[in-house]
Each structure stands twice: as C-alpha cells, then as structure tokens.
Design a protein around this ligand. Sequence first.
Ligand code: P71
Length: 458
Amino acid sequence: MKYPLEPFKIKVVERIRHTTREEREEIIKEAGYNVFNIPAEKIHIDLLTDSGTSAMSDNQWSGMMLGDESYAGSRNFYNFRDTVKDIFGYQHVIPTHQGRVAENLLFSTIGGPGTYIPNNIHFDTTRANVQSNHSIALDLVIDEAYDPECDHPFKGNMDLDKLEKLVQRVGPDNIPVVMLTITNNSGGGQPVSMQNIRETSELTHRHGLKLVFDACRFAENAYFIKQREAAYADKTILAIAQEMFSYGDGATMSAKKDALVNIGGFLTLNDSALTRQVTNKLIMIEGFPTYGGLAGRDLEAVARGLREVLEEEYLEFRVEQVAYLARCLTEAGVPILKPVGGHAVYLNARGILPHIPSEQFPGQALTVELYLEGGIRGVEIGSLMFAQKDQETGKMTYPELEMVRLAIPRRVYTTGHMRYVAEAIIRIYQRRGEIKGMEILEAPEVLRHFTARMKPLD
Ligand code: P71
C-alpha cells in the first residue's frame, strides 16, 4: 500500500494528552453527548474540521512578523488583494474574518422573500445565511451525489437539467445568483469538473444570471481536475484555478481551508455596484475595507498560504493522506462514501449502523463511539445537522445521507496518526451491532448540531 510521505519536516510540536476510556465516558456524558462541547485538550486526534486548523509554514509565520497594523492601507492588504486577484481574477476583493461573513454580506444584499439561491449543495452556514435572509436555498447536485457507493469522479457537479427547470419555474429575475461549492463539502468533499463549471456558467449567463463560487477548497478541486480530466493533466494548479474562476462572477472564500490559515476569509466580485453596497455593510460589521476584521499579519498569512496551497507536492500529499485513511478502512470492509473526497473521509453511518433509523441519529451515535474508542473527534453530517422542517410544506425532512465526517487538518497529522484512527474505527466496526441510537434532550431551531444536548437510548 502506498504510504504517503509528508513533504515537510516538523519544526515545532504540540503535545497530545491521553485520556483513558473511563475518563472519556465521563467527559462525553458531561458534554451532553455532543463533541462540540468537549474541551480540545481532551481529544486525542481532532478531526472535527479542516477549517482553521492548518499548521502554518515557517514562511507564513515569518510573514506574520511583517504585519503592518495600520488602520488603512496596510501593505499586507495590497499583497493579499493582489494574490487573490491573480488567482481568482475578479475586480474587487473584500476581506472578512471568515467565510460566513462573506456569505452574510452577499445574501443580505441580494437575497429576500421570493428569491431562490441554487447551489450544488449548500454548506450549512451558506444555507443558514440564505434562509435567514428569506431566500429559498436549493440543492441541485447530480443524483449520483446521493448514492454513497457510486464512484463518479465529479460527484460535486451541478445537475444542469435541474438548474434549467428551476430557471423556467421561478424565472431568472428571482434567482439573484447561482452558487457552486468547490469542492462540495456537504456531498463529501467531491469535486466539480471543469466541464461542469463551464456548462453551469453557460447556462447561468445565457439567462443573464451570475455565478458565484463558494471557493473554500478550490485548490483541492483544481488538483482533482488535474488528476481526473484528461485535458488538464499537464496544466499547473494555478492555471486550472484561474480557468475555473474565469467562468464565474465572484466567490465567497473561507481562508480557513485552502488558504492554510487559522482565521480569515473574503468576498471577491466583479460587480462594482454590488461591491459598494457590500463594502458599506462591511464597515458596519467587520471593519475598514483594507482589513475587514483581520489583523495586517493575518492578511499576510492568507496571501502566503494561497501561494503555498497551489504547490503540487503539497496537494499530492494532502489528497493521498486522506485516500490512505480511506483505503485502510475499505480494506477492512468499513463502508465509506465513495470516492474519497479532498479534505475528509466520510463514514457511511447508515451503512455501518443500519439498525438505527434516521430519527435516532446513527451518525451521532457513531461520532460518540469514535470518541469513546480512540479519543477521536469527528462530526456528524446527517440528521442532527440537516433534518429540518421543509420551508414550503412544514414537514420534517431527513437528509439522504447519514455520515460522519473525519476532516483532516492540513499539515497537522502524520500518516501514523491516520493509521491509529483507522484501527480505532475498525474495532468499532467489529462490534457495530451493540451500538444504540440517540435522542435529543434540548436543541435550538437553527444550526442545532453546535449546541444540542443528547442522550443514548436504552
Ligand atoms: C467545515 C467548515 C467549518 C464548520 C462550519 C460549521 C460546523 C462545523 C465546521 C465551513 C464552510 C464550508 C463551505 C463549503 C462555507 C463555510 C464557512 N466549513 N462554505 O467544513 O465548508 O466558512 O467557517 O470560515 O465561516 O468544517 P467559515
């Protein structure tokens, strides 16, 4: 089995503290069986998210010492802006402190009652920002995305038929923007092909609509295009990224993913009038347009991270490390979402725990077991996160997939850590029949997975 070799060596280390199984039983109970409530020091391998958890390079850290903390016109802003413009190619660059603020600025400006925002699949913060601005959020990904066994190379693709039908049904005037999430996180970190981006762009622009990327993991998407789409095998990642973005009109970005930083984001747009509206809001909620809620040093780290993420050796290891964990699991028969995504392995909780129905949160039950078995923190992406009352009918709807995501932080864990994670999961899989469902004790209506308190069923 190919053993991915880290293309970096370690200059600074961070201690991991061990807990015993008995300690973990106490800790998870106190946390209301919700891993968001566990102090990070009580976690052995933290795969809750790949967001904001990257290890920065010596190059990024040294850039932080060059932070210019001027209120207006910091030199780091210009470096940040020029880097974003070089890769994304849009006219205006609006810094924010994370991705969801870019979403909020966009949807609070263009959304509203009677409007529809299609996406391949909205990520939960995007959906929440769309819905709280009274627009209807629609997921129009290809059907293959919902079949965890289907090995389609570009399972993040937009279904052009569904998009065309939506435009016919509600009319282009009621679709302020078409979104495309690259890679498609909620569908398993699956890429969108260049062909699909091009065709989505053609359809969108034919109706006079705008295409905006949710670009958090754009470099991973570009790497998959290089691997899987013949015409791109010899192109650089930068050239592929530039071509992807050339088909759109803007992007929201959480720099906490593919900009290899711990905090940061931006909105980048071609539309000058929209940019003016958004910038006025930015000043009210984030800060002056040359820092947008970030320190000058943070902007420098983003600029440098955006260059580093385009390095092919980095991306090869990144994708191979995730694939290695997936291979260890599939060889032991553990059902996972196929094909493996760019930033995470998604355990197929419905496949692992077929005896637990959606109303009893199989994904959450598995998440709890991961913590108990190995001190591993994953995140449920299933009924706890996504079950909701249908906006039009009021009926409770459950997501098609019940998954547990093991998101791999960038440049943080070694392949040895991946082996440890695989072994713990395989042990759980061997005793899967004993695992019971969960019930909610208390939870808010929106984004309930963050704060819900649960308990295992007897
Ligand atoms: C992820 C996150 C961060 C997260 C969010 C909610 C619960 C747990 C973890 C954030 C995304 C994302 C996409 C496609 C926008 C955001 C928001 N993902 N779009 O996957 O994946 O970015 O966190 O910087 O606001 O763990 P933000």
